[in-house]
Design a binder for this molecule. Structure first.
Ligand SMILES: *Cc1c(COP(=O)(O)O)cnc(C)c1O
Length: 404
């Protein structure tokens, strides 16, 4: 099979322009170097690529289809197409990189994969991959999130993973990251820390992008088959940025294709703590082991962030996005809670597809784009399905949409 994991960035130190790198304790540098060199070796091996391709096909259900949303297209005046990552096993794009990371861990002889999780989506996807590949799995999760995200905690237990509570500070995602790093430092030889997006120290932004790039590679072929050409616009939501890099990567060299990353504007872009628009409102800095645009307080600590979509609720963004912003290749915009919930119901009621609230951010932006560029074509990465969100949406917003 063709090896599509060859890109000119990052450089050998993990930099995309000035962003990226590895800002980690010296004890971890050796392990990171080993992961990088093993990864670079393994992705040249036919057996690894074939095994991963077979899992994508027979386990995840790839290729995910592209659906031409004709009812939305008619209403908004531009042709809207959806890349259906919501149809993947476990309901989102995250399984793409979790399987890649778990397979890498197994090939490297690791016994256990570990990770942090916020709302639990990454934890469930990783626990799934661990169960399939016979690896142990520890998921670090803030105590507050454990109480809030009960169904995902139960899923991880059923899948055989251990959920380890982070009990310090605010007991949410940031503390889970701290606890996972601590757990990793205790035994970096037998464990692999499988980061949940295109963030963290080198080589993770590169590896997670490579594993997600299957999305754009498929989409490019599918879109040509459907329409005879390429989409004029590609839109994806940006939390850490993995589903966006997944679909953008195949189109980066196609200058006629405009790319849009959509950040969460939350309740208000004008107030700190009320959004998580790291590129739109942040500035370059270092956290969680890498250099990128991020939202920091006056002490250089990660700012409190907020979005109605818990998967977008992260105070930084993957380093390649910062680079793509600076060189002007990708446009970054933001969508509010309210706009995303409107889009959530719009897709549900016009096309019979309930999207994840994260994905509804991308969708909401496609409606605005359609108004700006009528009679164009827009491919939206529908990163996940909304089953996880239905109770919350109905409780918080149901009345506004005729559900009592
Ligand atoms: C986690 C998640 C996201 C955000 O993560 P990225 O790394 O930015 O892609 C988006 N959509 C869904 C459905 C998710 O579960």
């Amino acid at each position: 099979m063709q090896n599509t994991f060859q890109h000119h960035l990052p450089d050998e130190n993990g930099y995309f322009g000035e962003y990226g790198g590895a800002f980690i304790p010296p004890e971890l540098q050796g392990v990171m170097d080993e992961i990088t060199s093993e990864y670079k070796k393994i992705i040249q091996e036919k057996s690894f690529l074939e095994e991963l391709a077979a899992l994508y096909k027979h386990y995840v259900g790839r290729p995910s289809p592209i659906f031409h949303a004709k009812n939305l297209s008619r209403k908004y005046g531009s042709e809207i197409y959806l890349k259906r990552e919501d149809l993947n096993h476990t309901g989102a794009h995250k399984i793409n990189h979790c399987l890649g990371e778990a397979l890498l861990a197994k090939k490297m002889g690791k016994k256990k994969i570990i990770a942090e999780t916020g709302a639990g989506q990454h934890g469930v996807a990783l626990a799934t991959a661990a169960a399939l590949l016979g690896l142990e799995c520890d998921i670090y999760m803030g105590e507050v999130d454990i109480a809030k995200e009960h169904p995902n905690v139960v899923r991880m237990h059923i899948l055989g993973a251990k959920v380890i509570p982070a009990t310090h500070g605010r007991q949410t995602l940031k503390e889970a990251v701290d606890a996972a790093f601590e757990g990793y430092l205790k035994d970096p030889v037998n464990q692999l820390y499988a980061i949940g997006s295109v963030v963290g120290p080198h080589p993770f932004p590169m590896m997670v992008r490579d594993f997600q790039s299957v999305v754009g590679n498929e989409a490019k072929v599918q879109f040509r088959e459907m329409t005879g050409g390429l989409p004029a616009n590609v839109v994806a939501c940006v939390g850490g940025g993995s589903n966006a890099m997944g679909i953008f990567t195949a189109f980066l060299e196609d200058d006629d294709v405009s790319l849009y990353g959509v950040e969460p504007a939350g309740r208000s872009l004008e107030e700190d703590g009320e959004h998580a628009a790291s590129i739109t409102k942040g500035k370059p800095g270092v956290m969680h082991g890498f250099n990128s645009y991020m939202l920091m307080d006056d002490n250089g600590e990660p700012q409190e962030v907020y979005s109605v979509a818990s998967g977008l609720d992260y105070p930084a963004v993957g380093p390649q996005h910062s680079y793509l912003k600076d060189i002007g290749r990708v446009n970054y915009a933001s969508i509010s809670d309210k706009e995303s919930i409107d889009a959530f119901f719009e897709l549900s009621r016009l096309e019979g597809i309930i999207p994840a609230i994260e994905s509804a951010h991308a969708l909401a932006y496609s409606f605005k784009l359609a108004a700006e560029k009528p009679s164009s074509s827009i491919l939206v990465n529908l990163s996940g399905r909304g089953d996880k969100d239905i109770d919350f949406v109905v409780a918080e917003y149901g009345k506004d949409y005729g559900i009592s």
